[in-house]
Write a protein that binds this ligand. Structure first.
Ligand code: ZN
Length: 235
């Protein structure tokens, strides 16, 4: 199986579709404040984590940095609503995208590249075709058009890892344990970390979303999308 990262088109003007949206996920966990590093939080989103039944959910809309204790308190509130396999971290976005949209959308939208939305017919085709790892959550986007199909965000759980040989970590922070890295321009996936059979997944400690060749072939059956697919090798 070949794999590809989703990217925005280098030249947005060259796109075929007029669709755009402004939206944020409904809830979030706060970032944490490290005395050495400052505010720290990831950008991972879990739209499938639905907190609408959580009475204290109003305290989960502010990403402003908190102490480790306050972060832990809020994370404990969220945990029962996160399915097995989701590892909550500071700064996670939770729940559906909520906002407004306008224009026409192609089968796949990745604008920004770490947010993948598919049109309803594209979601149906992915599921009917039996692709694996497709977790669609309807985006709550208000639009003036009534004929436009709903959009679904695909949850990309960070399951794969970049190969250690292509990353350069900062020294571990003695206070918060951070030892992150900047995204290397030349990168490849660690073979044993690639989840077998899955057609969409995220890459740990990055905002990258990877899809299989089968995902691209399936989506292309619905016509062009304004997405650039960059191959990422496995080694
Ligand atoms: Zn730190």
């Amino acid at each position: 199986m070949r794999y590809f990262e989703l990217e925005e088109l280098a030249n947005l003007e060259s796109g075929q579709w007029s669709g755009s949206y402004r939206a944020e996920h409904r809830w979030c966990l706060p970032s944490i404040l490290c005395p050495r590093c400052g505010a720290r939080g990831g950008m991972q989103a879990y739209p499938s984590v639905d907190l609408s039944e959580l009475p204290e959910n109003e305290s989960l809309t502010d990403i402003w940095p908190q102490s480790a204790e306050e972060y832990a308190r809020r994370a404990a509130l969220v945990r029962p609503f996160a399915t097995a396999g989701i590892v909550l971290e500071p700064g996670n976005s939770l729940g559906p995208l909520v906002g407004t949209a306008r224009g026409h959308f192609g089968p796949v939208t990745a604008l920004p590249s770490w947010q993948v939305l598919v049109r309803e017919d594209a979601r149906d085709l992915l599921l009917e075709t039996g692709l694996q790892g497709i977790i669609p959550v309807r985006a709550e986007l208000r639009t003036r058009r009534t004929k436009e199909l709903p959009l679904y965000e695909l949850e990309a759980r960070p399951l794969a890892k970049l190969h250690p040989d292509c990353i350069d970590r900062v020294p571990t922070c003695p206070d918060c344990g951070d030892n992150s890295f900047s995204l290397p321009p030349k990168r490849w996936l660690l073979r044993e970390s690639v989840p077998p059979g899955l057609d969409l997944f995220g890459v740990e400690e990055t905002t990258r979303i990877v899809v299989s060749e089968r995902f691209i072939d399936t989506m292309n059956r619905l016509g062009p999308s304004d997405v650039f697919y960059r191959e990422i090798t496995v080694g």
